[in-house]
Design a protein around this ligand. Structure first.
Ligand code: G3P
Length: 221
């Protein structure tokens, strides 16, 4: 049984970009060998410095495009991201939606064992994504993203229903949940609902005491 995943999306928060991203990573490193697998999904601009600085935290990209080297202005080309230290990626985040073919093509071109977390807004989208066999599916109701109420409190059934639906399609896909996740109780509830981890951002990136939040997030595991 793998450890639960605590995936922190740095987004483009000022508190999680450039030097601040390095500081945040340093804080996460203190919990990286604990009961959870910690992942930082960082800006493409920060992949190199953060992957060089990380030891116990996995550094992921926030997005990748299914393109090769060549004439693809502004796209995030996967082999370059990997050479800059990305060891996994988010895709189809609510703030960066893509057609399902984009996810399909991307999965085909990534090497085996490179974890991909495809985000879904609801159970139906999660089911469609599960057909493609990503490593993880994170269900996140868009209206709860960035808010104060965790999905595990506001809509627990979307978590358990997504787990059931995804496992029925492909039992090897691991389900995460996110939106409003802030503390260890939210993480514990997510696991009770059948999720295998959480995807969160503002609870960490906007925390006044990052260490206290990180400690609490893994406290009940
Ligand atoms: O990617 C995580 C995310 O969309 C949830 O954000 O701020 O509600 O934890 P937040």
């Amino acid at each position: 049984m793998s450890k639960p995943l605590v995936l922190v999306n740095f987004k483009t928060y000022q508190t999680a970009s450039g030097d601040a991203a390095l500081n945040l990573l340093e804080a996460m490193e203190q919990y990286g060998n604990g009961p959870a697998t910690l992942v930082a999904a960082v800006s493409a601009f920060d992949l190199s410095p953060l992957s060089s600085a990380s030891s116990s935290v996995e550094i992921w990209s926030q997005h990748l495009d299914p393109v090769g080297l060549g004439g693809y202005t502004g796209w995030l080309e996967p082999t370059t991201a990997r050479s800059r230290g990305a060891v996994g990626t988010l895709i189809n985040h609510a703030e960066h939606k893509v057609p399902i073919e984009h996810v399909e093509e991307l999965l085909k071109m990534l090497p085996d064992g490179f974890p991909v977390c495809a985000c879904a807004a609801d159970v139906e989208e999660a089911k469609a994504l599960a057909e493609l066999g990503p490593t993880f599916i994170a269900v996140e109701p868009p209206e709860l993203i960035g808010g104060d109420i965790s999905v595990t409190t506001a809509d627990p059934s979307i978590v358990s229903d997504t787990v059931a639906a995804v496992k029925a399609v492909n039992p090897s896909v691991r389900v995460l949940c996110g939106a409003g996740v802030k503390n260890g109780m939210d993480v514990a509830t997510a696991l009770e609902l059948g999720a295998e981890g959480v995807l969160l951002a503002s609870g960490v990136t906007k925390a006044t005491d990052v260490h206290a939040v990180l400690k609490d997030l893994v406290a009940q595991l």
